[in-house]
Design a protein around this ligand. Structure first.
Ligand code: ATR
Length: 275
């Protein structure tokens, strides 16, 4: 009998990754013969680890922090999202050794917002907090859905300006200093900073969330994140963490690897119930 196809996630650290669990649920639900492991790979060992995985017949990888920019460099071909964001979270290996890189984070976020949570993006005023890799990965798919405006605000304003400059040809995108958010209003506020991981919320003025507005934290944890709690305090109609995005970006990778789209709401419910 043919051995199961091999997949893995590389990151550093990787101990708390939910990806093995998510892909095991997908594989069981779709009856795919595959294995999926988590490997702790420091940046200096990344290229060797890729060669080893490829040499041993590995079929695909998820790549997480801090290796996404390195994965961008090893790919022979890139999806438009990966090319734009200069970061890769999914690698697909062909039997001849060809490496294709994709970035499914933005598509995952957009699917969670629009399909799972029913939040339309077209014509809405969106504020993105943060200007690091997480913000970079979501800009193209968000701008494609024709929001009225996307505003970037970051603790270090210059990084937001630079990011806006790189993507402003794709739609109405601007950068503002955090201090300039006073008197502004947004329909959707996305937290793409690492603040939640430190138990912080970026400093935002009261009244910044428009009536009927929604908040979404790309981060997630065992408890509601500080930003999710902040959104609820501000009267958000919906204030959610990034578990749905995590599952949806994994489903996009699974689709690329296996050509099958797994059911995601049931997996999100399983993770929410027990994580
Ligand atoms: P990632 O790849 O997860 O986006 P990153 O590139 O290190 O990680 O970026 C982290 C983002 O979170 C940055 O926008 C950072 O702001 P700076 O550019 O000013 O460093 C933001 N960030 C981190 N900790 C924060 C905090 N406590 N409050 C507000 N913003 C924070």
């Amino acid at each position: 009998m043919k051995a199961p196809d091999r997949y893995a996630v590389f990151g550093h650290p990787i101990g708390h990754s939910q990806s093995p669990r998510i892909h095991a649920l997908f594989a069981a639900a779709t009856q795919q013969a595959m294995t999926y492991e988590a490997e702790d790979i420091p940046p200096e060992g990344f290229n060797d680890a890729i060669s080893r995985f490829l040499g041993s017949g590995g079929r695909g990888l998820n790549i997480t922090v801090p290796l996404k920019e390195l994965a961008f460099l090893v790919a022979d071909t890139l999806s438009p999202e990966a090319g734009r964001s200069k970061a890769v979270n999914t690698l697909l290996f062909s039997p001849d050794g060809h490496i294709h890189g994709d970035n499914t984070d933005g598509r995952g976020l957009v699917r969670d917002l629009t399909l799972n949570l029913g939040i339309p993006l077209k014509g809405r005023r969106i504020l993105i907090l943060g200007a690091g890799g997480a913000a970079r990965g979501i800009l193209e798919p968000l701008l494609k859905l024709e929001p009225a405006q996307v505003t970037l605000a970051n603790r270090t304003t210059e990084k937001a300006r630079q990011l806006a400059f790189e993507f402003e040809d794709l739609g109405p995108l601007r950068a503002l200093a955090m201090a300039a958010l006073q008197d502004q209003q947004y329909d959707i506020i996305l937290n793409a900073t690492a603040a939640s991981l430190q138990g912080d919320v970026p400093p935002l003025p009261d009244q910044i969330l428009a009536a009927g507005g929604c908040c979404y934290d790309l981060a997630y944890g065992k408890e509601p994140t500080p930003f999710v709690l902040w959104g609820l305090q501000q009267g958000a109609v919906l204030s959610r963490d990034g578990i749905g995005m995590l599952v949806e970006q994994a489903a996009e990778a699974f689709w690329l690897w296996r050509g099958i789209r797994p059911d995601t709401p049931s997996v999100i419910a399983t993770l929410r119930g027990t994580h």
